[in-house]
Design a protein around this ligand. Sequence first.
Ligand SMILES: Cc1cc2nc3c(=O)[nH]c(=O)nc-3n(C[C@H](O)[C@H](O)[C@H](O)COP(=O)(O)O)c2cc1C
Length: 329
Amino acid sequence: MANLKTTYMGLELKNPVIVGSSGLTSNLESIKQLAKAGASAIVLKSLFEEQIMTEVNKHLEDYNPFHGHAEMYDYQKYFEKQHLLGNYLQLIKDVKREVNIPIIASINCMTSAEWTDFAKDIESAGADALELNIFFLPSDPKMHGKDNENVYFDIIKKVTTEISIPVSIKISYYFDNLANTLQRLSQTSIKGMVLFNRFYNTDIDIDKEELTGGNFYSTSDDMSNTLRWIGIMSGLVDCDLCATTGIHNGNDAIKFLLAGASAVQMVSSIYINSADIIQKSLNEINDWMEKHNYESIDKFRGKLSKSSEMNSTLYERVQFMKYFGTKKK
Ligand SMILES: Cc1cc2nc3c(=O)[nH]c(=O)nc-3n(C[C@H](O)[C@H](O)[C@H](O)COP(=O)(O)O)c2cc1C
């Protein structure tokens, strides 16, 4: 057996397959099954900033980023009744008692408002780390790129001064200069970056003439953007990189490790195939490592990253030239 151990954000993981934040990680029974199926860590289902603010600030009018949007107001009130925060902290405690792998709590946020105090409760409940899903679509044309970026830096600063467990950010690629921003974000106090958020796909139903959602689950075809950027950034950042989106099997995971990721997160594939896909993927990684004579993941991690290969622009150009050089009309 090859050694599949890896470290991510300072956490020792028995293998690189983490289960990403989703409905799969919202309750104890499911998490126990995922751990038994071989997952090396779990990212809990996200709490939303709005849910935290609702309890932190009982006067809803004081905080309403949706400016009186009636549906969202009802949504907030609904969650206020559910004592969600207490339940979330209890889930962390229960999971830590019953499951022997690292547990990463998750908050979906878009401002650095007072919700950040809640990070302390998450740490006290026993979470091993915190993933911040900074879910911010820069769709306001009045907002400048720098303002967009500042949201990320503000949130990181506030949260990392509150807690000492490792913090990662899960982000999108909507920045003016992605490489520059990712590098500067990695030089803050975060220990990991999860690339990239998968936005709920937008589609239009032309018969009904209304907006609809696209595919909810990813396929392996969705991975290429993340793969490119993990490959480009892995030698350029000061924190660990973790991949999300489109990782459906062991071979997909190997690609991200070769590009320089410390670990990968799987969600859609588990929904589609059941938790058995985790062990199947680990077997695939093991078989590939044995075939290629790698005793441990460190022996090949980052082998195909930009820093160990060649200039990224050149890399892209080479692929392009190869394609047209060999294509016969
Ligand atoms: C049903 C479902 C629920 C999800 N809920 C969350 C969530 O609460 N927080 C979060 O950060 N990501 C959430 N995600 C996104 C996943 O963590 C993951 O980043 C995304 O699905 C891409 O990975 P995949 O290709 O393996 O599915 C959810 C995804 C799905 C399919």
